[in-house]
Design a protein around this ligand. Structure first.
Ligand code: CTP
Length: 409
């Protein structure tokens, strides 16, 4: 997603400077061309050689070093950059920039930037809370500078509290967010994810192989594109690199149904990526079932079909379903699309390598209500999520303008 982006990574002198190495790697992995600028103090913590090796670009530390022929470094870089990230940002750098001081390469460069500048502060909790730092932060925000973190947790100085550098995943998510067009702004999206879990007794349950990755990718991408997102999840081990998604955890299909219905009227779009269990034990026992000789027959009864119920009272909502199949993919998916009154169904053959449950990738076909099919190759779940959301955006526009169905699928 950061392909061909020119990013300046400013590193200042805090203990979290070593984490900037990981941040650099993550940006490079995503295709960015990163230019590292270090303050004098930052070089006490990490060697410029580390950043130089991993970025493949010279690391700039000195104010008067010439860069790319005859042009002065900070001016050239500031001109070509798409974004500047300062991580970690110390109290000192925040104070200097907030007060217009430009006495080294990094601070001078910040002054010359015409593109977004993102600060990821890291410092002792008391320093962060001090009125000096807080006033400087407010001042910088008022000038349009952006912030991520600091996070709460154990601090290198021995204490605990708010002051840690935000997680690298969160910083990356914020960077991606800055570069993302907000084409779902104003839309409220409800996404379901994961399996459901149907209790047999206090010890045992029935579930399926879903891990929730596809639904989490959809929630993250929808929020990145500006939607307000509510994510209703069955049990899973995932965490989101964003704090601005409302997440509600449920266990059973019945619980998922109840929460979905509670939020349904208030949202514009529902994406049911959850693998809802079709059946549950007829009776959930309060005591553990003890083993007996011979066979044990477990009676199951049907769970509510959440998406079908939503389709029956569709109104102006846009409904997106998934079809996880092991055979006759298109026939089954097409039938579900009609039966559940959906706008789009995302069909995946879970037997294909790289597709379906637990993987970071997926291979899907997207069908619409007019029978059009978009076949996608093996892609990351994030990429698949974005393509599904592209189709959703087209439907939103069509609804907003009361247009006929979009032609370019
Ligand atoms: N779904 C649902 N409630 C259920 C079962 C499924 O809302 N009780 C939703 C899923 O979230 C998915 C779509 O319906 O978006 C299709 O789910 P899938 O399990 O593929 O199909 P089913 O309708 O359950 O039919 P079958 O299991 O017979 O293939």
């Amino acid at each position: 997603m950061l392909r061909n982006k020119e990013i300046i990574l400013g590193v200042t002198g805090g203990i979290a400077a070593y984490k900037a190495v990981e941040l650099l790697r993550e940006m490079v992995k995503r295709g960015a061309n990163v230019h590292v600028v270090m303050t004098k103090n930052a070089q006490q913590f990490v060697s410029p050689l580390t950043f130089e090796t991993l970025s493949g670009n010279p690391v700039l530390c000195e104010m008067f070093r010439l860069f790319r022929g005859s042009k002065i470094g900070h001016v050239t870089l500031a001109d070509i950059a798409d974004l500047m990230v300062i991580a970690p940002a110390t109290a000192n750098i925040l104070g200097k920039i907030a007060n217009g001081i430009a006495d080294d390469l990094l601070t001078t460069m910040v002054m010359a930037m015409k593109v977004p500048v993102l600060f990821a502060p890291s410092m002792n909790v008391n320093m962060w809370q001090s009125s000096f730092v807080q006033n400087n932060v407010e001042r910088l925000k008022a000038h349009g500078y952006q912030f991520i973190g600091p996070a709460e947790g154990d601090l290198a100085c021995g204490g605990a509290g708010r002051g840690r550098l935000a997680d690298i995943a969160e910083i990356i998510e914020k960077i991606e967010d800055i570069f993302t067009k907000k084409d779902l702004q104003g839309q409220r999206i409800l996404v379901t994810a994961g399996p459901t879990l149907e209790a047999i007794d206090p010890i045992r349950y029935i579930t399926n192989r879903s891990t929730g990755k596809m639904g989490f990718a959809l929630a993250k991408m929808a929020r990145r594109r500006g939607a307000e997102v509510t994510l209703i999840t069955g049990p899973n081990y995932l965490s989101l690199p964003r704090r601005d998604i409302q997440q509600i955890s449920v266990h059973s299909a019945q619980q998922m149904r109840d929460v979905v219905m509670e939020y349904y009227e208030d949202c514009h779009i529902v994406i049911m990526a959850a693998a809802v269990a079709d059946f549950r034990p007829q009776n959930t026992l309060q005591e553990k079932i003890k083993k007996t000789n011979g066979t044990y027959i477990l009676k199951l009864e049907k769970n509510p079909d959440i998406l079908k119920e939503l389709g029956e009272k569709k109104g102006e909502h846009i409904l997106v379903g998934f079809a996880a199949e092991t055979s006759e993919l298109m026939e089954n998916a097409g039938q579900k699309l009609k039966e559940k009154n959906l706008d789009i169904i995302v069909a995946n053959d879970v037997t294909q390598p790289g597709a379906g449950f637990g993987t970071d990738t997926n291979i899907v076909k997207i069908l619409d209500v007019r029978g059009r099919v978009r076949k996608l190759p093996l892609l990351s779940k994030d990429e698949v999520a974005n393509i599904i959301l592209d189709q959703v955006v087209k439907l939103v526009r069509k609804k907003q303008r009361n247009l006929p169905w979009p032609r370019n699928w």
